[in-house]
Design a protein around this ligand. Structure first.
Ligand SMILES: [Zn+2]
Ligand SMILES: [Zn+2]
Length: 128
């Protein structure tokens, strides 16, 4: 397989199998398990191509590194850990959120992000 195609495929599989949104550095680390010579520039270039193809979407929470996830996931929300900066999926959705808009407004979408400390950081994060 051509090198560039191979890199694309490994990065795609990394995002598919992650089970949560990944930042560029996370994609790099995981993909390097299969392609040790992979560089961060290739990761950025490939993420950009996937975004343009609408295969992935960006998950942005203010104050945190943008993460990337598959574009065709069903409706869900995110939890961002303020210590390790990792993002996790949250499958619960607040009830009655549509009723928060003032009378006359039609709600079509909503975004909810939870921020806090993940179990790993709770258990091992005594240092800082
Ligand atoms: Zn954490
Ligand atoms: Zn929701």
């Amino acid at each position: 397989m051509e090198r560039r195609t191979k890199q694309r495929e490994v990065i795609w599989r990394t995002i598919q199998q992650a089970g949560r949104p990944l930042g560029p550095q996370e994609v790099l680390k995981l993909a390097q398990q299969r392609l040790p010579n992979l560089g961060i520039a290739t990761v950025y270039r490939t993420l950009k191509a996937f975004l343009e193809d609408r295969r992935i979407v960006v998950v942005e929470v203010p104050g945190h590194t943008p993460k990337y996830e598959l574009a065709d996931l069903k409706h869900h929300h995110h939890f961002v850990c303020r210590k390790c900066d990792r993002t996790f999926d949250v499958n619960d959705c607040p009830r009655g959120i549509k009723n928060m808009a003032p009378p006359g407004f039609v709600v079509e979408e909503h975004y909810v992000a939870l921020k806090g400390i993940c179990p790993d950081c709770r258990n091992h994060g005594a240092g800082d």
